[in-house]
Design a protein around this ligand. Structure first.
Ligand SMILES: Nc1ncnc2c1ncn2[C@@H]1O[C@H](COP(=O)(O)O)[C@@H](OP(=O)(O)O)[C@H]1O
Ligand SMILES: [Mg+2]
Length: 478
């Protein structure tokens, strides 16, 4: 069981921030800079010091690459001074600094792994695609990413501080008949970990064996009740998009006492031109090949991330093969679109009508005045689309009885919110991540919008049409 951070709190020194104005300026101009001489170590008594606990305790167990001086204990002490300010919003805006950086680096690494596996899947055979019990395809990438992220988080933040809920379990992978598959996963994990220094991590001293890989995967339980602070991981969200060579995402978030405090979304196939989102990915793969990527290329793929309360969402290009991730890796800020005229707005939704009712959203779009064709995109890339300002609305209305899992939304929600957007259920309430595996008390569907006005219109339209539609009665997705 993960160690409860509160118990560490009493042992940890507590720090207070001095010089808020300077910090605000620094943070605006150099948002990724971690060291700030304006911070002083002072006793303080707010409960947000729990973030410090994990920062501090992780230092001793850190296996980050030696070149990552920012993770040394002295700079971590400085980081510890960042988060204590007035109230929750300011506090979260300044804390989880180390967790965020580790998470972004881990997701970059996972994206690199996924790209290689997807390339193989598309160019070779389908034998790396297995059927899960619910028949959704699960691949070597799902298990490998889960193993990698689990291993990295535990090694860098300290195993006792890390609790993870993630999608994949090891049952099918541990079966004797899956020996070949397990071997492939172990190989994939080890060849990815061999590149750990490129991402700022130290590789394991020896390649992981099958048991260690299974252990890393199964450490991420989706059945055990999570601790008060835990990571939610969808190793490959939009598996269908992934196996089809289309959009998918690696989604990692940190949830603390029911609040999503960090969100990181790796979108390896996000195209440089938003119009290409609506084509099958094969099309822009061909085009990308014609224009070879430059250094720090934005041609395709990105990692988007945000920290709750910061009012900022950031995007990095994917690290090019064989290149080193130099933090903050040409990150730039993303903002939601300023378009509030429905006629000019684009809404996106799942590709699969089994996952969201296309007919219901078409009716909503009509009544709200959204005139453009829906942008149908696999996975949480839809949240990235809103955060980047490439679309204005995302709607999902799953069939009655479907329980939305937290890892399918957590990262995207905080990113859209910090990029200036709004995300609620169809009743206008914030999504509730406080209940473990599933979103709690979700009212009908999920709506994310670039602006409050557009959002309000859609919610009104749902209210007006819900009862008169067949959706209120039974099956929603049709
Ligand atoms: N019947 C259903 N209704 C709604 N969502 C579903 C669903 N079955 C699966 N999903 C979720 O929808 C996700 C894919 O989202 P999208 O349809 O937007 O591409 C899946 O993630 P995975 O692919 O990670 O399993 C899965 O969690
Ligand atoms: Mg998913």
């Amino acid at each position: 069981m993960p160690l409860n951070c509160w118990s560490l709190a009493s042992r940890a020194p507590r720090f207070q921030f001095l010089g808020q104005t300077t910090d605000t300026l620094r943070h605006r101009r150099y948002p990724h800079t971690q060291f700030n001489p304006c911070y002083r170590f002072m006793p303080k008594t707010t409960h947000h010091h729990q973030s410090y606990c994990s920062l501090h305790s992780s230092v001793s167990t850190s296996k980050l690459g030696q070149d990552q001086g920012r993770f040394s204990s002295s700079t971590t002490m400085e980081n510890g001074g960042h988060y204590l300010r007035n109230g929750f919003q300011a506090a979260t805006g300044e804390s989880y600094t180390k967790e965020l950086e580790v998470a972004v680096r881990a997701v970059q690494m996972a994206c690199s792994l996924c790209q290689k596996v997807q390339q193989k899947l598309i160019s070779k055979s389908q034998d790396q695609v297995q059927a899960k019990e619910d028949n959704s395809p699960v691949t070597v990438a799902d298990w490998s990413v889960q193993a990698i992220v689990s291993w990295i988080l535990c090694e860098t933040l300290g195993r006792s501080n890390v609790s993870i809920i993630a999608e994949e379990d090891v049952q099918s992978l541990s079966k004797t008949r899956a020996a070949g598959l397990l071997e492939t996963v172990v190989q994939t994990v080890n060849s990815c970990l061999a590149e750990a220094p490129l991402f700022g991590f130290q590789p394991p001293e020896a390649p992981l064996d099958a048991l260690q890989v299974l252990e890393a995967i199964s450490r991420c339980s989706s059945t055990m009740p999570p601790s008060s602070k835990f990571w939610a991981l969808d190793p490959v969200d939009g598996t269908l998009g992934f196996v089809r060579g289309d959009q998918y995402a690696v989604a990692l978030s940190l949830i603390d006492h029911g609040e999503v405090v960090l969100g990181v979304l790796g979108c390896p196939n996000y195209p440089m031109r938003k119009e290409w989102l609506s084509y099958h990915h094969r099309y822009h793969r061909i085009v990308s090949r014609l224009t070879p990527p430059a250094e720090d290329s934005w041609d395709k793929g990105c990692v988007i991330y945000a920290r709750k309360g910061s009012g900022e969402a950031w995007m990095q290009p994917l690290v090019q093969e064989g290149k080193k991730l130099v933090w903050p890796n040409s990150a730039r800020r993303v903002r939601v679109s300023a378009v509030d005229n429905p006629e000019m707005a684009t809404f996106c939704e799942p590709v699969e009508k089994a996952n969201s009712s296309h007919s219901f959203t078409a009716g909503l779009a009509h009544s709200v005045g959204l005139r453009k064709q829906p942008l149908r995109v696999y996975s949480m890339v839809k949240y990235a689309t809103i955060a980047r300002g490439d679309a204005e609305v995302f709607m999902k209305f799953a069939r009655t009885g479907y329980k939305e899992k937290i890892w399918d939304h957590a990262a995207g929600v905080v990113i859209v919110q910090e990029a200036g957007g709004v995300v609620t259920d169809a009743g206008g309430r914030p999504l509730d991540f406080s209940g473990g595996l599933y979103l709690q008390g979700l009212d009908r569907g999920i709506i994310a919008s670039a602006g409050a006005e557009l959002h309000e219109r859609i919610i009104k339209a749902v209210d007006a049409s819900w009862n008169s539609s067949s959706l209120g009665e039974g099956e929603k997705a049709s």
